[in-house]
Design a protein around this ligand. Structure first.
Ligand code: CP
Ligand code: NVA
Length: 308
């Protein structure tokens, strides 16, 4: 049984298959209505359960549309309305019970450990819809978006500016290893990536660089990326964190150091005027709406891969 919890868990060949499958399936849908079922209906009669411990717009809707396009159905559960994580039913038992009802499960959680615990007992594939540690589905769909616009990501220069210690940054580090692109991360020392993830990445790919200088990170970049300065799971002093990150804003001055045809990516939701200025996110280089759409297409192929 295959879970999709971290990009680092899956080998490069399989990850490449997922991205190519997403491109192929997307191109076969040209002219289809948004929720029209794919001709081959690979998930006919199958269903997916989704549990959201945290708010979500894109992940919730894009997974729902993804499963519909594959010919299946979805059930969204609110943790407050079920016996989940409150101590009256163990994760083990919840995982075992839900395995009887559906074919695949997606969880957005504050605790990656909880996800791993659930995965240990689930009899059906489990997908990480964002945890405090990683956001693999978003990054897979960002690779799809990058390749639609810029071709094969191998050897390309991607730059991450801002919070280097969050889930998106970690999944990009893992993706840099698996898809062999160059990744430069600019972040304050305090918000450097998780040491264990970085160590694993450096061991497997020497083309990852962490710097405190945003200009150095974006120099010659094909793509500049950032994310909210304060993530859903951040518990510390938000004002203080924003102050430390204030020199890491992606603005017109900074993007001048990238390649002239560089693109700007952001997983959304965005803190406008904080990690990025309006003129960048609404400007010509920004591909954020295509990123949002591609969540549907990448996740379809992730679901299919899990069930294959
Ligand atoms: N990018 C992303 O995962 O957005 P949501 O939090 O809206 O799901
Ligand atoms: N790093 C952000 C991503 C949101 C999709 C967060 O965890 O809040």
């Amino acid at each position: 049984m295959k879970n999709f919890l971290n990009i680092s868990d899956v080998n490069s060949t399989e990850l490449r298959k997922i991205v190519e499958d997403a491109k192929a399936r997307k191109s076969k849908r040209l002219g289809f209505n948004k929720s029209q079922v794919d001709n081959d209906k690979p998930l006919d009669g199958k269903s997916m359960i989704m549990i959201f411990e945290k708010p979500s717009t894109r992940t919730r809707v894009s997974f729902d549309i993804a499963i519909k396009q594959l010919g299946g159905s979805s059930i969204v559960l609110n943790p407050d309305g079920i016996h989940y994580g409150k101590g009256d039913e163990s994760t083990k038992d919840t995982a075992r019970v839900l395995s009887e009802y559906a074919d695949v499960i997606m969880i957005r959680t504050s605790s990656h450990k909880n996800l791993e615990e659930f995965g240990k007992y689930s009899l059906i594939p489990l997908i990480n819809g964002l945890s405090d540690q990683s956001h693999p589905c978003q990054v897979m769909s960002d690779i799809l978006t990058f390749e639609e616009l810029k071709g094969n990501i191998k050897g390309k220069n991607l730059s991450w500016v801002g919070d280097g210690a969050n889930n998106m940054s970690h999944s990009f580090i893992e993706a840099a290893v698996k898809f062999e692109f160059n990744l430069r991360i600019a972040c304050p020392k305090k918000y450097s990536p998780n040491k264990k993830i970085l160590k694993w990445a450096v061991k497997n790919n020497t083309k990852i660089k962490v710097t405190t200088d945003p200009k150095e990170a974006v120099k010659g970049a094909d793509c500049i990326m950032t994310d909210k300065w304060v993530s859903m799971n951040d518990k510390g002093d938000k004002k203080k964190k924003k102050k430390i990150l204030k020199n890491y804003q992606v603005n017109q001055k900074l993007i001048k150091h990238a390649k002239p045809d560089a693109i700007f990516m952001h997983c959304l939701p965005v803190g406008r005027g904080e990690e990025v200025t309006d003129d960048v996110i609404d400007g010509k280089k920004s591909v954020v709406w295509q990123q949002a759409l591609n969540r549907v297409h990448a996740q379809k192929s992730i679901i299919k891969w899990c069930l294959d």
